[in-house]
Design a protein around this ligand. Structure first.
Ligand SMILES: NC(=O)c1ccc[n+]([C@@H]2O[C@H](COP(=O)([O-])OP(=O)(O)OC[C@H]3O[C@@H](n4cnc5c(N)ncnc54)[C@H](OP(=O)(O)O)[C@@H]3O)[C@@H](O)[C@H]2O)c1
Length: 337
């Protein structure tokens, strides 16, 4: 099969090559998916470049990627199934992530075929294209998990999404509306119209106004852009409000080369038992299977419409990743084999 392969870490245009490699071998609990669409997100960039370096110790591969084929989000058709697979059969149209754990390792999605554990897949809603379905899994997981278990979102709440026009934010705005919250979306000038069209009740252009200085108070601030401080956010939070940090490295520009944004995230985790405006860590992280089932329901019900910026072919993956890194995308970037 054709696949994008990397033998070492580095810039996407230096290390990614289109090659002919063997089809993946399907494990007993896995499904062989004929990939019809995959998508690009910031963590794919992190693993391709091997930055921050700590990810190499966290399962990605110490000196070179353990799995040479990048990408984690797929939509496609089931070609064959392992002997223990009960949830899917050949011909089913599915979407999901390609591995169960952390996104900080290659998942084999940028290829004609990918082998995927059955647990992390869901049936693709009939009215959705493969491209739309591939846009959802990782961004949807981050948005849903942080709104639900991190932010404890409730109907009627005043919710602010910082970075509302990006991959995670565009989904978070729609999910927060589906939970019947009042939503304020913060992003740059060119994304205001898009964020409004996703359902945001109010939009704020961060290049013109600092929302923490406005006097408005929120029940939940989801900081996808990750440029805010807890102390600034406290000015804009209700006493019972919650600040949730996602942790965006801005492609190596925002944090150190070795640990990235991990120290900042870990500091908030350490503070959380003592600061009521931080997420209560006793709420468990949902499984990808459960999250995919909820996302499938929202997509079926029309509460979530994926936003796609552009589509690249498999041989154009390096270009697609440089476009992501440039920060100009309005919606998700899709790869079609
Ligand atoms: N999307 C995924 O599937 C995914 C997967 C794994 C992890 N994550 C984590 O989630 C983070 C965010 O991902 P993403 O895909 O949503 O990133 P993204 O598409 O880059 O979105 C970030 C958004 O924040 C905006 N922004 C930049 N500076 C801002 C500021 N000062 N105030 C408010 N908004 C600002 C950006 O707009 P401008 O550039 O126009 O300013 C952009 O629209 C990633 O870095 C990663 O750590 C995401």
């Amino acid at each position: 099969m054709k696949a994008i392969v990397q033998d070492k870490y580095g810039s996407p245009d230096d290390v990614l090559q289109l090659r002919e490699i063997a089809k993946p071998v399907v494990g007993d609990d896995e499904v062989l998916v004929r990939v019809r669409a995959a998508s690009v997100h910031p963590d794919v960039w992190h693993v391709v470049t091997g930055r921050p370096y700590v990810l190499r110790l966290m399962g990605a591969g110490l000196l070179k990627p353990k799995n040479p084929v990048p990408g984690t989000d797929v939509a496609g058709e089931v070609e064959s199934v392992g002997k223990d697979v009960t949830r899917f059969r050949p011909g089913d149209e599915v979407f999901g992530e390609t591995h169960r754990g952390l996104q900080w390792r290659n998942g084999g999605a940028f290829a004609e075929y990918a082998s995927v554990p059955q647990d992390v897949l869901a049936l693709k809603p009939v009215g959705l294209t493969f491209e739309q379905a591939a846009a959802v899994p990782t961004s949807g997981f981050i948005a849903l998990h942080n709104l639900q278990s991190g932010g404890q979102i409730q109907p009627g709440q005043n919710v602010l999404i910082n970075g509302a026009g990006g991959g995670v934010g565009a989904i978070a705005v729609q999910l927060a509306k589906a939970y019947r919250a009042r939503v304020t979306g913060v992003d740059s000038t060119g994304k205001m119209e898009m964020v409004r069209s996703l359902g945001a009740d109010h939009v704020i252009d961060y290049t013109r106004e600092d929302f923490t200085q406005r006097g408005e108070r929120y029940d939940l601030i989801l900081d996808v852009a990750s440029n805010l401080s807890l102390s600034a956010c406290k000015r804009a939070l209700m006493p019972t409000g919650i600040y949730v940090l996602i942790g965006h490295d801005h492609f190596g520009d925002a944090a150190g080369r070795i640990f990235g944004s991990l120290p900042r995230v870990l500091k908030l985790v350490a503070l959380s038992p003592f600061v009521s405006q931080l997420p209560d860590l006793s709420f468990p992280i949902p499984s990808k299977k459960d999250v995919m089932a909820v996302l499938e329901e929202f997509l079926e019900a029309g509460n979530l419409t994926p936003v796609i910026d552009r589509t690249y072919s498999l041989d154009e993956v390096p270009e697609a990743m440089l476009y992501l890194q440039g920060g100009r995308a309005r919606g998700k970037i899709i790869i079609t084999p």
